[in-house]
Design a protein around this ligand. Structure first.
Ligand code: TPP
Ligand code: MG
Length: 252
C-alpha cells in the first residue's frame, strides 16, 4: 500500500514511541511542503539533538543537517547566509530550541532571519529520560521534579514575537490541518516564521503524571487548549495551565 507523502520519506520505520505526537508533526510538515510545491533541491532541514531532531533526519528525503544539541538555529543561519535561495527549515525540540539553544532562537528572531523554525513542544526532555524543560507546565512531574515543576514555563510564541519575529503560531498536533496551514504560512513569511506544535509524550510525561493511556493524554492536551477569543474568560491563574492556540501575526 502506498502511504501518503511516501515520496518524501527516506525510511519505512519510525524511531518514535507509541503515541508520540512528533510523527503527526512530521506528516503535517510533509503535507505543507508538498502543497507549496517545493522541490527536494530547494529544501534544507536542520535539527539539533533529541527525539524531535529525528523528525526530519533521517526521515525526510531532502538535505538534512542533524547538528549539535541546541545549535540547529546557528547551523541554519550559516546555511541560509551561504545559500539564500535555500528554504531552510529548523525542526527542534522544546529543550533543544529554548533551553541550551534559547539564545540562538531569540537572536534569530531579533535579526528576523529568513528561516522557518518549528518547535516540537512535548514539554519535557523526552530522549534523555524526562527532565524538566523551560516549557514544562507548572506542577507537572518530571524525572528532575518528581513533586512537580515549581516554575512557570516560557510562552514561546510570545517570546519570539517580542524578540522580533513577524509570524508565530501554536497548535496541538490534534489539529493537523491548522498545523499544515501555519507551516505553509511560516515558510512563506519573508523573515522568521515560527510554529510551535504541542506534541504529547506518553513515555516521559504521560506516565509520570498519571495518564493511564495515550488517549487520556491527548484528551488532556485538547482540554488544555484555548483559542485567543476564549482567553478573557480565564483568570491569570487558570491561564497558567492552558495553551493559547492560534496565529500571532504581523498585526500584533
Ligand atoms: C551539550 C549537550 N548537553 C546535553 C545533551 C543531552 N541531551 C540530548 S537531547 C536533550 C534534550 C532533548 O529534549 P528536547 O529538545 O525537548 O527533545 P525531545 O527529546 O523532547 O523531543 C539533552 C539534554 C547533549 N546531547 N549535548
Ligand atoms: Mg521535548
Amino acid at each position: 500500500m502506498t502511504r501518503a507523502m511516501e515520496q518524501w520519506l527516506r525510511v519505512d520505520q519510525t524511531a518514535f514511541c507509541p503515541g508520540c505526537g512528533h510523527g503527526i508533526l512530521l506528516g503535517s510538515l510533509l503535507r505543507a511542503i508538498d502543497e507549496l510545491g517545493l522541490e527536494q533541491k530547494q529544501l534544507l532541514f536542520v535539527s539539533g539533538i533529541g527525539c524531535a531532531a529525528w523528525i526530519p533526519s533521517p526521515n525526510i528525503k531532502a538535505d538534512t543537517l542533524h547538528t549539535l544539541h541546541g545549535r540547529a538555529v546557528a547551523y541554519a543561519t550559516g546555511a541560509k547566509l551561504a545559500n539564500p535561495r535555500l528554504t531552510t527549515i529548523v525542526v527542534s525540540g522544546d529543550g533543544d530550541l529554548t533551553s541550551i539553544g534559547g539564545n540562538h532562537l531569540i537572536h534569530a528572531a531579533r535579526r528576523n532571519l529568513d528561516l522557518t523554525i518549528l518547535c516540537a513542544n512535548n514539554q519535557i526532555y523526552g530522549m534523555t529520560g524526562g527532565q524538566t524543560a523551560p516549557t514544562t507546565p507548572l506542577g507537572v512531574k518530571t524525572a528532575t521534579d518528581p513533586r512537580g515543576n515549581p516554575f512557570r514555563p516560557f510562552d514561546l510564541c510570545a517570546l519570539v514575537k517580542a524578540a522580533g519575529a513577524p509570524y508565530a503560531a501554536r497548535w496541538p498536533v490534534t489539529r493537523p490541518k491548522k498545523l499544515v496551514e501555519s507551516i505553509k504560512r511560516a515558510i512563506q513569511t519573508p523573515g522568521l516564521g515560527f510554529v510551535e506544535a504541542l506534541s504529547p509524550c506518553p513515555t516521559q510525561l504521560g506516565r509520570r503524571n498519571r495518564f493511564d493511556d495515550v488517549a487520556a493524554l491527548y484528551d488532556h492536551l485538547n482540554r488544555s487548549c484555548v483559542s485567543r477569543e476564549q482567553v478573557g474568560q480565564l483568570s491569570q491563574k487558570e491561564l497558567l495551565n492552558h495553551f493559547v492556540i492560534g496565529e500571532f501575526g504581523e498585526d500584533e
